[in-house]
Write a protein that binds this ligand. Structure first.
Ligand SMILES: Nc1ncnc2c1[nH]c(=O)n2[C@H]1C[C@H](O)[C@@H](COP(=O)(O)OP(=O)(O)OP(=O)(O)O)O1
Length: 204
């Protein structure tokens, strides 16, 4: 895809898989803050954390936070995973998300990581409560959550309706091992954020 067709902040050889909000302009920004987000997969299950406080409270998410000065994003991802869930994992880079909220002039740059094994037992912290979710096809593609039906496995279905609105567009690709890039410009709707304009694609 021609770089001029990509949302500002994304580059490379990318193939679009979904976009929306074409009637809106991309929000401009002058600064970028770097974050991480890590997802641990174990066979047919996915570890998410219920965020108990702070930005994104009451949502399920991967484990992550700010990249501290002097750290690489991979180091920050490993540190945040350990701090928030008590486990270590051989994280690999899976994707990048650019994420903006209305009324700010800075963008979140989130390096997203995944791992297929871990050591240690996921343990609740002040910030996050780790829980395992089913990776059956209907759970992963959001059918279970959309239809409100229970998971066909012993584990609950992925709770997309209690996650950031963009996650459903890229999490299935992460689980399939595809590298992805995306951008979501969010606006506040009551007490939650919804996507006003978004673009997600795969790295060729
Ligand atoms: N839209 C979207 N989808 C998926 N994940 C996220 C978003 N927006 C986000 O902010 N995130 C992720 C990125 C990070 O993993 C967290 C936000 O980090 P947070 O825990 O709020 O960061 P800090 O409060 O700075 O955390 P510490 O560094 O203090 O742990 O959500």
């Amino acid at each position: 895809m021609d770089a001029t067709d990509l949302p500002p902040g994304l580059d490379g050889n990318l193939v679009e898989f979904v976009k929306g909000g074409c009637e809106f302009e991309w929000q401009s920004y002058t600064k970028t803050r770097f974050y991480t987000n890590a997802f641990v997969i174990n066979g047919n299950k996915l570890l998410l954390g219920f965020k108990k406080r702070g930005f994104g409270a009451n949502l399920y998410n991967g484990f992550g936070g700010k990249v501290e000065p002097g750290e690489t994003s991979a180091q920050a991802a490993a540190r945040e995973l350990k701090e928030e869930s008590g486990i270590d994992a051989p994280l690999e880079h899976a994707g990048v998300l650019i994420f903006l909220t209305e009324g700010t002039d800075w963008a979140f740059h989130i390096d997203v990581f995944s791992a297929h094994s871990h050591t240690g037992v996921p343990t609740e912290t002040d910030e996050m409560r780790p829980e395992w979710f089913s990776l059956t096809e209907d759970s992963l593609n959001g059918n279970d959550d959309r239809l409100g039906i229970s998971s066909s496995s012993d584990l609950p279905s992925i709770p997309y309706s209690k996650m950031w609105a963009d996650d459903i567009y890229w999490l299935p690709h992460l689980v399939e091992g595809k590298k992805f890039r995306g951008r979501a410009d969010m606006v506040k709707d009551g007490d939650q954020f919804i996507m006003r304009k978004f673009w997600f694609g795969a790295v060729c």
